[in-house]
Design a protein around this ligand. Structure first.
Ligand code: PAF
Length: 263
């Protein structure tokens, strides 16, 4: 039988565990998650474990990053499954705080990252999302104080926001990104996929196929606006009725790429 990770639900408990490991000279790797863990999360845990001596995983469905009409209530929660998966992946500690532990009565602070990074792309349709993400990730990093923290490139804008805040707030943790883990049909693994209706899941591969098609057309020399128009048409043909965004942005700083970058 594989021993499970220790479970801590309080910040004090997390800090005591990490401090004990630090006294032995251990390097701490940290993977913040909202649970309903899948292979993408477990790759992050394995990477943290390869790079560090101890791997800590937080599981917290953070209410402040959900808008009023978003899916906070229906977001998948699978604590027993998650703890078993973390045992298999070799994680040392699961930090599973309550909402009251993270946001006690009187909580009145938010971390807000420059709008050039947070108002575009996902932030355009979800105006308060990145303030919630930045606030909770700052808290988690300060609670755990890891040497390295690992995030998926699937949420690329989120990764850039977190990189920015860690530098700007002098948080002494290296922020690491890992490539997106995909299902056999190319769809990015995501906890929310569990809530997709069968028809929506069946349509989902068209999304990654479109992204790959647009990238290939731009790489072949097609101007960015024409490649994006072809991408929008392909999504419409695949019955994506509302497109939040389809854009090409600079990796660093997320500025729009208006024309094909010089090759
Ligand atoms: O990517 C996620 O799961 C969440 O946005 C994060 C980084 C754990 C913050 O709640």
């Amino acid at each position: 039988m594989i021993a499970g990770p220790a479970v801590e639900r309080s910040v004090a408990g997390l800090r005591a565990r990490v401090a004990g490991w630090r006294r032995t000279g251990a390097r701490i790797g940290f993977v913040p998650t909202m649970g309903a863990l899948h292979e993408g999360h477990l790759e992050l845990v394995r990477a943290a474990f390869r790079a560090c001596d101890r791997a800590v995983v937080s599981i917290f469905v953070n209410p402040t990053q959900f808008g009023p009409r978003e899916d906070f209530e229906s977001y998948p929660r699978r604590e027993a499954h998650d703890i078993a998966a973390l045992a298999d992946a070799g994680a040392d500690l699961a930090f599973i705080p309550t909402v009251a532990e993270m946001y006690p009565a009187g909580f009145a602070t938010a971390v807000s990252v420059d709008e050039r990074l947070t108002d575009c792309l996902c932030g355009a349709a979800r105006p308060t999302h990145f303030r919630g993400v930045a606030t909770v990730v700052t808290k988690l990093l300060l609670q755990c104080l890891p040497d390295e923290a690992w995030f998926g490139e699937k949420d690329f804008q989120q990764l850039q926001v977190i990189r920015r805040l860690a530098v700007d707030l002098d948080i002494p943790a290296a922020i690491r990104g890992l490539p997106t883990v995909r299902a056999a049909d190319g769809v990015a693994l995501s906890s929310r996929n569990a809530n997709l209706a069968a028809g929506d899941r069946a349509r989902a591969p068209a999304l990654v196929e479109t992204l790959r098609m647009v990238a290939a057309r731009v790489a072949d020399g097609e101007p960015v606006p024409a490649a994006l128009a072809a991408g929008r048409k392909r999504l419409a043909d695949a019955r994506f009725d509302r497109i939040d965004y389809l854009e090409i942005r600079e990796e660093d700083g997320l500025a729009p790429v208006a024309e094909r970058p010089a090759t």
